[in-house]
Design a protein around this ligand. Structure first.
Ligand SMILES: Cc1cc2nc3c(=O)[nH]c(=O)nc-3n(C[C@H](O)[C@H](O)[C@H](O)COP(=O)(O)OP(=O)(O)OC[C@H]3O[C@@H](n4cnc5c(N)ncnc54)[C@H](O)[C@@H]3O)c2cc1C
Length: 378
């Protein structure tokens, strides 16, 4: 495919973590293409996207890992986050490496009775420092009485810092334009883009009529609990709870309610989350205040849709949506696959300037930066 007037016009619809990560990867791959025009159109920007609510914890959660792509995307993303953590910009990127404990069973009972949870999860080979907990270590959690568990080094992405940093990186490149606008049909963009990348998450249900995308409602509480420095997820008699530390707060969860469109806080959920978390970390019983957020994960029956479609109107669309509870976890891996498809449609210049290490390219920061969102009609 050749683009009009030698300019590569790429439009990303959606400025959640998937859209922004894809945009960053495009800039890196097309670093020497002056003819690139990248437009990011979105109804909402951070701090109003789904990722802003997320706990930002790395684990392929809510996605079926029988899909081999998930593990590939998650592993690729884990390694990028880890290199960010060890980079000189780590203090501003909002990425933390944490010890993470998963505890199965409650009160000495296996949750799903006969399920043997001493098997390693498929993602165990992707992470550093994974090991199953022995009996002695399980006894540390005797108030919970788990039957098995593991510990690993995971990553927490503090989204309130991280998403603005991605925007900052993008805004310093004058080939990038932001437009705050709701698109009602991709046909609206037909004459303005050679390639459209659809990163609209749950809204793809309406934008491209994919009825298999459904909400998986999640409610979380951000509390001040500075003594918690590791991540924990655990079975209880009321469901699975988790506590994920951030730099100054701990995110307590959670709920995963399929087909629930309610974006309002449910006080019963709040109480249940606090009850569950206090079972694992009893001092949380003293916590009576925190910020409660609700978000709708973009669950999709067949997992993530990442593919190229030439529509009947002749538009080249690359879809990337349906990341459920793992959009942060697979973000860089998905972005790479999307950009690999774009490259087959709009070949980049062969000479790439890779003289900077990856994390330096991603986090070239401009002090006192302000990004400009156009509200123009297109
Ligand atoms: C409570 C909770 C906890 C979570 N915890 C984790 C976690 O610990 N780890 C993890 O990996 N993931 C987690 N997730 C999941 C993660 O947040 C999502 O998978 C991810 O945010 C999805 O990103 P996205 O960019 O696809 O969608 P979104 O963030 O929803 O972005 C979609 C974008 O498209 C725009 N848009 C939509 N329709 C249109 C339109 N018609 N025109 C223009 N723009 C449009 C929106 O305005 C938005 O900017 C959690 C989610 C929730 C709710």
């Amino acid at each position: 495919m050749s683009s009009s007037s030698n300019t590569y016009r790429i439009t990303i619809v959606g400025a959640g973590i998937i859209g922004l990560t894809t945009a960053c990867t495009l800039l890196k791959e097309y670093a020497t293409n002056e003819n690139l025009q990248l437009t990011i159109i979105s109804e909402k920007f951070t701090p109003e996207t789904t990722g802003d609510i997320s706990a930002g914890y790395w684990e392929p959660y809510g996605l079926k890992t029988i899909d081999e792509r998930i593990l590939r995307w998650a592993g690729y993303t884990y390694n990028i986050f880890l290199s960010e953590f060890f980079s000189i910009k780590a203090s501003c990127s909002g990425i933390m490496k944490v010890s993470s404990y998963r505890l199965y069973g409650f009160n000495g009972q296996n949750k799903d009775n006969n399920i043997n949870n001493t098997e390693k999860p498929k993602f165990s080979k992707l992470v550093r420092h994974f090991r199953l907990l022995d009996q002695h270590e399980l006894e540390t959690f005797d108030h919970l009485k788990p039957t098995s568990g593991f510990v690993m080094s995971s990553i927490v992405v503090e989204v309130s810092k991280y998403l603005p940093q991605l925007l900052r990186f993008l805004s310093q490149d004058n080939r990038v334009k932001f437009i705050k606008k709701k698109i009602h049909s991709l046909i609206e963009l037909k004459d303005q883009a050679d390639v459209i990348i659809n990163c609209t998450g749950l809204a793809s249900r309406y934008l491209v009529g994919d009825q298999t995308v459904r909400p998986a409602r999640g409610q979380v509480i951000r509390v001040y609990a500075p003594w918690i420095k590791s991540a924990y997820s655990f079975d209880t008699d009321e469901g699975v709870g988790y506590a994920i530390p951030q730099s100054d707060r701990v995110v307590l969860g959670g709920t995963f309610q399929l087909n629930d469109w309610n974006t309002k806080v449910d006080e019963n959920d709040t109480r249940k989350i606090l009850r569950m978390c206090a079972k694992a970390l009893p001092a949380l019983e003293q916590i009576h205040s925190g910020r409660v957020d609700v978000g709708l994960r973009p669950y999709r029956d067949d997992g993530v849709r990442l593919e190229h479609e030439k529509t009947i109107d002749g538009i080249n669309v690359i879809h990337c949506y349906g990341h459920s509870g793992a959009g942060v976890t697979v973000s860089w891996g998905c972005a790479k696959d999307v950009v690999d498809i774009v490259k087959t449609l709009l070949p980049p210049n062969s000479k790439r300037q890779d003289n900077l290490p990856e994390h330096e390219q991603l986090w070239r920061l401009i002090p006192n930066f302000k990004y400009i969102i156009l509200r123009a009609k297109i």
